[in-house]
Design a protein around this ligand. Structure first.
Ligand SMILES: *Cc1c(COP(=O)(O)O)cnc(C)c1O
Length: 219
């Protein structure tokens, strides 16, 4: 069930003007997205390519679609024509494929590099050393006139799934330090979900990805 208009407006007020809201609509029907769209929301996040494609086809053309899941290289071509921001880039191979497909479509696609900040074992997300290497390759490439189809705009991370707020805060703080280091002129910092967005904003997030608080629990 989608949030009421008043609760949506109150939520935006709580986020403040400097924090962008990405409404995470994975597994939710198009009607729920349209309800929030009609309240004024334009940024929506999806995790699965097929689901995103179906929703993109039937929903208004001015929605800014964020891809927040793990994007497989062979599916980049499907989202490249329209995607607004890809949050989860964690390899040079993926970055290069986004670049290639964006150039083919005559676009520049904005991306965030995903950093593994949480405690959970996962194969997704860069560690500090890998981030450093990828940022270097990206900058060197740009200096040589490469990467005309892709813009690395900032970082994304997911904190540990724990009730220990101190752990979550520490992880978010670390990601903010990385943002400041690699994007001294400012960048997008995508961190914070329904359970931890308050802490994320306190630690410097400027983009939160919120699902269940807006659309209710996923089944
Ligand atoms: C599902 C998801 C979210 C939203 O989670 P909620 O707890 O429902 O707010 C945010 N980010 C990513 C990467 C997700 O997969």
């Amino acid at each position: 069930m989608t949030i009421t208009f008043n609760a949506y407006k109150a939520f935006l007020d709580r986020l403040g003007a400097g924090v962008q809201l990405v409404a995470v609509s994975k597994t939710k029907p198009a009607a729920d997205i349209l309800a929030l769209y009609n309240m004024g929301q334009r940024d929506f996040g999806e995790n699965y390519v097929q689901e995103l494609l179906e929703k993109q086809r039937e929903l208004p053309g001015d929605i800014r679609w964020h891809f927040i899941g793990h994007l497989q290289t062979n599916k980049v071509k499907l989202v490249a024509p329209f995607v607004h921001l890809i949050h989860g880039v964690d390899s040079l191979r993926l970055l290069k494929e986004i670049d290639r497909q964006a150039i083919l479509k005559g676009r520049v696609v904005n991306v965030l590099l995903q950093v593994h900040i949480g405690r959970e074992e996962t194969k997704f997300g860069l560690d500090g050393g890998e981030l450093d290497t990828l940022m270097q390759v990206w900058r060197d490439g740009v200096a040589r006139g490469e990467f005309a189809g892709v813009q690395v705009r900032g970082l994304m991370g997911m904190a540990s799934n724990t009730a220990d707020k101190a752990v979550v805060r520490e992880e978010f703080r670390g990601l903010k330090l990385m943002l400041d280091r690699y994007f001294p002129a400012g960048g997008i910092l995508s961190m914070g979900m329904s359970a931890d967005y308050v802490t994320a904003i306190e630690e410097g997030s400027n983009m939160v990805r919120i699902g269940s608080l807006l659309f209710g629990m996923r089944g």
